[in-house]
Design a protein around this ligand. Sequence first.
Ligand SMILES: [Zn+2]
Length: 137
Amino acid sequence: MAEESVPQKPLPEADDASRPFYEAAMGGKLMLMRCTDCGGYRVPSRMHCDVCLSTNVEWAQASGRATIRTLGVMHQKYHAGFYPELPYNLALIELEEGPRMVSNVVGAANGDLRVGMPVQVEFEQHADVAIPKFRPA
Ligand SMILES: [Zn+2]
């Protein structure tokens, strides 16, 4: 009997702006791009600052401490690769440093998650990329 193949989830591919972010993630570090002219964070990483249009940047390691600001639970299969994980959550995570990012909260039942819950970053490792996820702290 032929084994049924399950489509793989799409994974992010680094570009010039995000390459340092993903390289650090492979090493278990959450690095944030910060504008050296106005101090604003650029999350997700991008070449120009939204505030002052500067292209000057530095990378700062985030603490990994964060808070769930809002969340939802996905029940629909929008991509076959995500089917095995349904229902899964999507959460807007506010990092201790201020920037917000969309991620998943792992290590807890979706029904136990709450807005305002403290979480801590961890990394889902794949062959060529690591993806930040958050676990209740
Ligand atoms: Zn700036």
